[in-house]
Design a protein. Structure first.
Length: 213
């Protein structure tokens, strides 16, 4: 069986340099997160020449959702998918932390709520949904079944881990998510992070100083 072609492109958006992605399988495309100042992300979608089938959110902190409305202005009606635990965060600046920045980021209601064990389909690819809380209570990781790729949001970084000092965070829960969910993936799995460079599960399992044992 041949592996389906998968094209992933990224743009680091806004002051927080939030990595937001387009992922394409054939004539099917998702947006993974949509941060502040999303013009480069919209350009990636335009260059693909395909309207996105969904905006898939790793979590709902404002730097991952602030660009949703601009994507929707160009591609109205695009469904929004988010972890069920953070459904209300899209409409609440206090929950999504934009209020702490003196801003009021909101987005339309989600059309699909995601949970551990869900399987998503993009073209010829399927993606397992892992619940990986700690950085936020509804953080989700999306793992492709046809290619060694995982979108992890802000759970795990190259040589680091996500912050756990925000409301709703838990350092212990974050470490548990990494050890019991992410570190069980194959070593060669490419980790596409919410900030900074990509890495691999093997690299982090063997060398990440924040997650030991």
């Amino acid at each position: 069986m041949t592996r389906p072609e998968l094209s992933i492109r990224s743009a680091a958006l806004g002051d927080y340099q939030t990595n937001c992605y387009t992922v394409q399988s054939g004539e099917h495309l998702w947006v993974i997160d949509a941060g502040y100042q999303p013009a480069p992300l919209v350009q990636l979608i335009e260059e693909a020449g395909i309207a996105p089938e969904a905006i898939v959110l790793t979590h709902a902190h404002s730097d991952h959702i602030a660009g949703i409305n601009e994507v929707l202005a160009k591609y109205p009606g695009t469904p929004i998918w988010i972890g069920s635990e953070e459904e209300d965060w899209l409409s609440d600046p206090n929950l999504n932390l934009s209020a702490f920045l003196g801003l009021s980021v909101t987005a339309p209601a989600a059309s699909r709520l995601l949970n551990e064990g869900d399987v998503l389909t993009l073209g010829e690819t399927t993606w397992n949904v892992l619940h990986t809380p700690g950085h936020s209570p509804g953080s989700k990781t999306f793992v492709c079944n046809q290619a060694p790729v995982a979108f992890v949001g802000d759970a795990l970084f190259a040589g680091s881990i996500g912050r756990s000092d925000f409301p709703g965070c838990s350092h212990e829960q974050l470490l548990e998510s990494i050890r019991t969910k992410l570190y069980t993936l194959p070593d060669e799995t490419q980790v596409l992070c919410g900030h900074g460079p990509s890495t691999t599960i093997g690299q982090e399992r063997n060398h990440n100083p924040f997650v030991q044992g």
